[in-house]
Design a protein around this ligand. Structure first.
Ligand code: IMP
Length: 457
């Protein structure tokens, strides 16, 4: 009997031995298939897991790459030789010349979109024929950024530590049904009316609550019209394009942003982002039915990092200086130093369950190559009891202490290895144990930041 993928209890069943887990045998049927038409790549921790690298790897074989949520709070880094590419809005698949879509669940800062497109074009990446932008995606406007900065200041010590890109306020307006959508840019008069309406409301708050100067409607309007003229050809109903692709057996890759623990509903609320990074959000964000999704890959670092405020049970300030430099643990979007800690399998179990993970892609394994022993968090101890599920409320979480199991380190440089057979036994043991603890097989191991430094199991 196969252990149910994404089940925290799969490991305790003890059904699969180590080699089965590592090879990917003995798992759900979706992971067995090679020719998978639609795959979701989702972050399993607090973001920054290396999704960009995994999407870049998989997009070599994809026809279409779609982002389904978030905005330019995301930062995906891909190295091609010595060239570093940092993506915030545009799907990473654009680098391989794939049709790349920004879905309805995203929030779009038009300046960032154009900047990113211009930069990629100037470096020879074919952007213009390959980009599509959902008419239903919401726009991030100048008042969103002003209000987010003011709100973070007002929160003081309770600040969320957001990226201050206006993401949260743009999603607030979407839900409050006063958002302005990409498709609204087509109608110049309608846009002017919408802006008048929303600015009357926003400026009242900006002036009276935050005591800041009001924003000028004409400046925002003219700026938007000028930018629209540059990207209007990309705007369409992306959902029908995705469905057409799926119906004609094209391979579609859904590129998640952020991570499960930053999910607005299931993350460490309120220290979360304002959208749903979970795999299930693909349906609403890209406009496809759940039956079209074939495989879900959770990306996880071989350790854990977090940026911004909020709980982080396995945080280890004493190893931060070693891991931060080796792993390049500085935010792609804001440049902030990330907090660092040991791998937390309680987090990964939650992630496997919420996303229905078929398999795990483990990144940055090479970074652990110098430790004699590598602790892995297998459970939490809370109020005298051992618990295996991540608590939903922060008060309980604050009383949780990690229970570690120490695994032997492999003490070698694995960044040049190409096959799983070459991995040191202790590295295999580390992967097998985490696979067992999480209840999902490891399908990919990344051992460096460059293309080719990856092992497909
Ligand atoms: P926001 O998404 O800018 O509203 O920020 C909310 C929280 O999510 C902050 O702690 C951010 O640091 C974090 N966050 C948002 N996007 C990412 C990401 O792509 N990687 C890591 N942290 C992120």
């Amino acid at each position: 009997m196969f252990p149910p993928a994404g089940s925290a209890r799969a490991s305790s069943a003890g059904a699969a031995n180590d080699s089965q887990l590592l090879s990917g045998r003995g798992v759900g049927p979706a992971a067995e298939r090679i020719d998978v038409p639609s795959t979701v790549v989702v972050g399993s921790q607090w973001g920054d897991e290396g999704k960009g690298r995994v999407v870049d790897l998989l997009s070599a074989d994809a026809d279409l790459v779609v982002r389904y949520q978030g905005g330019n709070n995301a930062g995906h880094t891909v190295w091609v030789g010595e060239e570093r590419y940092a993506f915030h809005l545009i799907p990473t698949g654009i680098l391989r010349g794939k049709l790349s879509m920004l879905g309805a669940g995203m929030v779009i800062d038009a300046s960032v979109l154009l900047q990113e497109a211009d930069e990629l074009s100037s470096r020879g990446v074919p952007v213009h024929g390959n980009l599509r932008l959902s008419e239903n995606a919401h726009l991030i406007l100048p008042y969103h950024k002003v209000m987010e900065a003011a709100e973070e200041e007002r929160r003081g010590a309770q600040a969320i530590g957001t990226t201050r890109r206006g993401i949260g306020p743009a999603y607030e307006d979407k839900v409050a049904r006063r958002g302005i959508r990409v498709g609204d840019l087509r109608d110049a008069d309608g846009l002017a009316r919408k802006l008048d309406d929303v600015l009357a409301y926003k400026n009242t708050i900006i002036e009276r609550v935050y005591e800041l100067p009001a924003l000028n409607r004409d400046e925002i309007y003219e700026d938007l019209r000028a930018k629209y003229a540059r990207f209007k050809d990309w705007i369409c109903d992306t959902s029908t394009l995705v469905l057409d692709a799926l119906c004609s057996k094209k391979k579609v890759l859904f590129e998640g942003a952020h991570g499960t623990m930053l999910d607005i509903d299931w993350g460490t609320y309120p220290y979360v982002t304002s959208s749903n990074p979970l795999s299930g959000a693909v349906c609403a964000g890209a406009g496809v039915g759940p039956k079209w999704i074939d495989r879900i890959i959770g990306v996880a670092k071989a350790y854990t990092t977090r940026v911004g405020a909020g709980p982080f049970p396995t945080k280890q300030p004493e190893i931060a200086h070693i891991i931060r430099d080796l792993g390049g643990e500085y935010g792609t979007t804001t440049g902030r130093a990330r907090d660092v800690g040991w791998l937390d399998c309680v987090v990964l179990r939650k992630s496997a369950r919420l996303n229905g993970l078929d398999s795990l892609a483990i990144t940055h394994l090479d970074v652990l190559g110098q430790f004699d022993e590598i602790p892995v968090c297998v459970a939490y101890r809370c109020d005298g009891h051992e618990i295996s599920e991540f608590p939903n409320d922060l008060d309980t979480l604050s009383r949780c202490r990690p229970v570690y199991e120490n695994l032997p380190g492999w003490k070698s440089d694995i960044s040049g290895l190409q096959t799983s057979a070459d991995l040191p036994e202790k590295a295999k043991r580390y992967l097998n144990r985490l696979s067992e603890l999480v209840g999902a097989p490891v399908s990919h191991v990344l051992v460096g930041r460059r293309r080719g430094q990856d092992i497909i199991l």
